[in-house]
Design a protein around this ligand. Structure first.
Ligand SMILES: *Cc1c(COP(=O)(O)O)cnc(C)c1O
Length: 397
């Protein structure tokens, strides 16, 4: 069958694919150590489940307004005001089926052929594919591990052309765990305002921050930058609700309205029950998130220390999210039983086949020298996994 050209530009999400392979192996009884999954291993908090049960019992099981229920949009307005100091009307909020869907609606409403969108690397895999699906050109802006993956303002300016429409920022970042401080956000905002770029600020890991750091939204840096920023967030990561599929976008009214129209013609409303659950998460979820992040912090220290103890591996300490992103250049160029290990993908497939360890290779994130390990998994898995990883790497010659 002759399919639309756009489908040939993209691949299935490699992170979801690796997680599916690891889960399938485990289902076959294989003792697989899974570092690939990009979701909290915690259960959804009780008050959230209770709100969903109550919604079902009350018959809140029909279509809702396509852009989300008033109660949830109101809770999001309150959250953004109290936590980020941002002022939005409910009409500036669109609730979608996950932050990924929010980003997709945005790409569809904003981008067209000839447009360029700047994506700092390493980056979350879907940004570039969503741009490609909407006929735009992703322009990758390299950042350096040695500089904490900070965006170099001069390099950013050099990547801007008359075709540049938007810039994506993701702090804390998946996969690097890097966070952007106020000073850097101010410099990015100044450039974005000067060049009239839409800033897409993916803040999904906003609450998964360590060492007492607090999150700054670029939209909070002044009315000019606020007017051209779309804040993307959701409940998946902060409240262990990945399966419920609720995310949202907050931004300029015309853009949000256009995104809402697209949603009304494609998916209609996000799940009614999940929307009620998301209200409870925003209202009562804070203590849960604090406990979860404290546990992630313990694991973060353990996995980074363990990785740095393995010859050929070096790992910087992530400031947020729940991923370690070790540099594995020291083991590239070696040989394993199944052939040479010249790139992160070779290493990931060697680890999966020979040691039953699932990690995500760096290439789809835009790195030729890293792999990503999620530490949203038990301390036992981390301890055993590191031992096994060390053994597997020592077998390379
Ligand atoms: C997980 C993730 C998302 C999407 O989360 P949803 O489950 O779709 O809400 C968006 N951006 C980044 C960087 C993520 O890691």
């Amino acid at each position: 069958m002759k399919l639309a050209a756009r489908v040939s530009r993209i691949a299935p999400s490699p992170t979801l694919a690796m997680a599916a392979t690891a889960k399938a192996m485990a289902a076959q009884g294989i003792d697989v150590i899974d570092f690939s999954t990009g979701e909290p291993d915690f259960d959804t908090p009780e008050p959230v489940k209770a709100a969903a049960e109550a919604a079902i019992r009350a018959g809140f099981t029909k279509y809702t307004p396509s852009s989300g229920i008033d109660e949830l949009r109101g809770a999001i307005v309150d959250k953004l005001k109290v936590e980020q100091g941002l002022q939005y009307e409910k009409s500036q909020i669109l609730v979608s089926c996950g932050a990924k869907h929010s980003l997709y609606n945005l790409a569809e409403a904003l981008l067209e052929e000839g447009d360029e969108i700047i994506i700092p690397t390493p980056y979350w895999v879907s940004y570039s594919d969503q741009a490609l699906l909407n006929d735009a050109t992703p322009v990758l802006l390299a950042t350096k591990e040695s500089e904490g993956y900070a965006i170099d303002p001069a390099a950013l300016e050099q990547h801007i052309t008359p075709k540049t429409k938007a810039l994506i920022i993701n702090s804390p970042c998946n996969p690097t765990g890097a966070t952007y401080g106020r000073r850097m956000l101010e410099r990015i905002a100044a450039i974005a305002v000067r060049h009239h770029l839409v800033v897409i600020s993916d803040e999904i890991y906003e609450k998964v921050l360590y060492d007492g750091a607090s999150h700054v939204s670029i939209a909070s840096l002044g009315p000019e930058i606020a007017a051209q920023t779309v804040v993307i967030n959701g409940v998946s990561k902060a409240y262990a609700m990945t399966g419920w599929r609720v995310g949202y976008a907050a931004g300029p009214k015309d853009l949000i309205t256009a995104m809402g129209n697209i949603q009304s013609q494609s998916t209609s409303n996000p799940c009614s029950i999940s929307q009620k659950a998301a209200v409870a998460a925003l209202r009562f979820g804070e203590p849960f998130t604090k406990q979860m992040v404290a546990e992630f912090d313990r694991r973060r220290r353990a996995i980074v220390e363990g990785l740095n103890a393995i010859p050929g591996v070096s790992c910087s300490m992530p400031g947020g999210a729940f991923y370690a992103f070790p540099n594995i250049q020291g083991v590239l160029g070696k040989h394993g039983p199944t052939g040479p290990v010249n790139a992160p993908t070779d290493l990931a497939s060697y680890l999966l086949k020979s040691a039953q360890i699932a990690v995500v290779p760096g290439e789809p994130f835009g790195s030729q020298s890293h792999i990503r390990l999620s530490y949203a998994t038990s301390m036992d898995t981390i301890t055993n996994g590191l031992k096994r990883l060390r053994g597997a790497l020592e077998k390379l010659v």
